[in-house]
Design a binder for this molecule. Structure first.
Ligand code: GLN
Length: 490
């Protein structure tokens, strides 16, 4: 039953061939069997089964929706009342939130929720900083396709859990690629919506002007269904966009005949490894066969996305993470002299190396005398990057690129070189800086049989368009239905 799509699961729950309690029990068993993947930080059988029974009752009462009773894994960056919320950090190792994040609420079993069952909290890089899911205090997530490989970061637990058939859908967050990159590396589909679409309330903050919640599932159709329940205006998030609720499945059956797909030359250069280039080219041929028109164009400021992002994101992080002071949240050092020492000791113990590095860089670029030279410049570049996209979307409807220049690398391969990790983000950062929607869909396998993703970028609020284009591709191909060997998942 872990091979079924959301639509199939939903139909079986509706006609009574399957109960949520059965499905949840089955998936909890799979999670235990695949514990070596380290995809979850917290699982609580009792709580998940209690939720499943509540969902079954809702079905029996005739008040169920299409997602009622379907298990979901939440990236452990979303605050949950019933499970601890760690953000992958020692700082929040035992943190219990007094409330649910809006996303958790919207998908969950509350009076206005979709009725999904939380199967557990998915592993992630500490405070969502990283590109490989090796920065989690709870250890790296292994890639189900090849356990020597990283899962991608920072929603690596979410991607690995979906890929291994431990859960049909998982939430993620994407600040600079953290949904798209692990989706690509684990061979699943993942979408980061337009900035402001999904409420950030209760999403533990990394870089507030970039952070955006989204979803990972096996197919674009499944992502579209869940996103429709997850997105929407939230007065509690000041950057939430006020728009009428949308059905993101509405363009799934729209043909791509005549669709203009832009190919920015900066994403197809020598920096892309041959296996990735080949798979992406094959995917584009498929689109051509379906009647799409390929348009060559340029996004000239692509190269500047790495320096601009790695100034802006740490700057915002240094500010956001100042709240972890040992007083208000989470960890507090056991031994200290005065108040200042308490702060220092707590933060020294609670944060890992990458988080500390970002706090230092962020504080530096915001400091008097350097603000103009770094932060302000980065903000100007950000605007230029957004303008590049604006110009591009005058020539095309969607943009297609690789997600990552290479397939997943080996665990440990780049741990001593933070810049090597940063460079791997080159194809995902611009989309985040511009605030555009982007998705990753599986399009083949490369070096060592590791998955490859194709990125589809849409104009603002064009999620339905890119999900539709992805679905049309998935109708004619089977990359998204393949499952890693040894997971008992066909
Ligand atoms: N890899 C990027 C970083 O380390 C993006 C992370 C993210 O999207 N959360 O910041």
């Amino acid at each position: 039953m872990h091979n079924l799509s959301l639509t199939e699961l939903s139909a079986q729950l509706a006609d009574g061939t399957l109960s949520s309690a059965e499905l949840t029990t089955h998936l909890l068993g799979r999670i235990a069997e695949h514990a070596d993947l380290n995809a979850f930080i917290t699982v609580d059988r009792e709580i998940s089964l209690m939720q499943a029974r509540a969902a079954d009752e809702r079905r029996a009462a005739g008040t169920a929706g299409p997602l009622t009773g379907i298990p979901v894994a939440h990236k452990d960056i979303f605050a949950t009342r019933e499970f601890r919320s760690t953000a992958g950090s020692r700082m929040l190792e035992n943190y219990r939130s007094p409330f649910d994040a809006t996303v958790v609420e919207k998908l969950g079993l509350g009076p206005f929720g979709a009725g999904m069952v939380t199967i557990g909290k998915a592993n992630c890089d500490e405070f969502a900083m990283g590109s490989s899911n090796e920065n989690s205090y709870f250890g790296p997530v292994k890639n189900p396709w090849d356990r020597r490989a990283i899962s991608g970061g920072t929603s690596g637990g979410s991607a690995a859990a979906v890929a291994a058939g431990l859960v049909p859908v998982a939430t993620g967050t994407d600040t600079g690629g953290s949904i798209r990159q692990p989706a690509s590396m684990c061979g699943v589909t993942g979408i980061k919506p337009t900035y402001g679409r999904v409420s950030r309330w209760g999403m533990i903050a990394f870089a507030s002007s970039l952070d955006q919640g989204g979803v990972l599932a096996r197919s674009a159709a499944d992502c579209a269904l869940v996103l429709s329940h997850m997105a929407g205006f939230d007065a509690r998030d000041s950057t939430s966009v006020e728009r009428v609720p949308e059905d993101f499945t509405r363009e799934l059956s729209r043909p791509v005949d005549g669709l203009r797909i832009g190919l920015p030359k900066e994403y197809f250069g020598p920096g892309v490894s041959p296996d990735v280039a080949r798979a992406v080219e094959e995917a584009l041929k498929e689109y051509k066969k379906l009647g799409a028109k390929l348009v060559n164009l340029s996004l000239p400021r692509t190269d500047l996305s790495i320096p601009a992002y790695y100034v802006i994101a740490p700057a915002e992080a240094s500010s956001n993470l100042s709240r972890f002071d040992g007083v208000r949240y989470g960890h507090r050092a056991a031994e200290y002299g005065d108040l200042l020492e308490m702060y220092e000791q707590t933060r020294a113990e609670g944060f890992g190396w990458e988080v500390k590095r970002r706090i230092l860089v962020g504080t530096y670029v915001l400091s008097h005398g350097y603000y103009d030279a770094y932060y302000l410049q980065a903000q100007k570049i950000r605007r230029l990057i957004a303008e590049d996209f604006r110009a591009a979307f005058r020539q095309c409807d969607v943009i297609a690129t690789p997600v990552s220049p290479t397939v997943a690398w080996d665990i440990g391969e780049k741990v001593d070189d933070p810049v090597a990790n940063y460079l791997a983000d080159v194809f995902t950062l611009s989309v985040s800086l511009a605030g555009l929607p982007g998705l990753s869909l599986p399009c083949g396998f490369g070096d060592k049989g590791r998955p490859i993703g194709l990125q589809l970028i849409g104009d603002y609020f064009a999620e339905a368009r890119i999900l539709g284009a992805a679905h049309q591709f998935q109708k004619g191909t089977d990359w998204h239905t393949r499952a890693p060997g040894g997971t008992g998942h066909a």
